[in-house]
Design a protein around this ligand. Sequence first.
Ligand code: SIN
Length: 279
Amino acid sequence: MRLEPITPHIGIEVQDIDLREPMADEDFAKVRAALNHHSLLLFRNQRIDEGQHVAFSRRFDPLLGHVLKQFLKQQHPEVYVLSNVRENGAPIGNHKEGWNWHSDLSYKTEPSLGALLHALEVPPVEGDTWFSSMHAAWEALDAQTQALIRPLRATHSYAGYYGKAFADRAPLSQAQKAATPDVSHPLVRTHPETGRLSLYVGEDVVKCIEGLPEHESAALLARLNAHATSERFAYRHRWRAGDLLVWDNRCTMHRATPYDDVAYRRVMHRTTVAGDRPF
Ligand code: SIN
């Protein structure tokens, strides 16, 4: 196994690994350490099936489902499908998921540790995914801003995100709303394995910064989101079919980008690893 950094602040490519084969414990320990230190792993050319994807994902920790159950694979309900493809008149996956900056499942009390996204079909152009290091974003803030935001908390809302991202769809059902109440998280969180701090923000999913008047909350949030998503902390991934990306939701944000969804198909399988309460 060889490790080749992608950028100085985020991403490392793990080479000479075939994820169809079970990974030795000592190799997995290196992979896990690389995730803690580089926040994003790239495995190219992986011809894994859903069962192999789930088995590798489970090495990180138990997996989470998703409130949009219609997009989970029947045989492997840990696999959430992201796609523009329709079969028999119905979408096979959630289209336009994550087209804003976010960290997965931040709307839960215990958000996701990380996610593994496997590209099955990708458009020949566009449809890239951006990733940004929230460690780098936090460390680049001036001392005055760090002191200001360190004690603050923000409200994360799935209903708020869904209403903005999917305004053209049927609203969430009562059961879906009840399963995703708003939650409060610190604006600055500690990586539970490395102790490093990171900025914990997000676009549509973060409703407000608690305890501030509405206009101050909106202005500070806009400023922090703009800072966090600056290209100097980011990496843009150009997908190839067979790529598997693993990212650490505790210290990164990401955003998918549009493509010509009439001309091209994009089919991605995501598993989402359970995490713990941010502190
Ligand atoms: C997501 O998991 O937020 C979507 C990423 C992508 O489709 O590239």
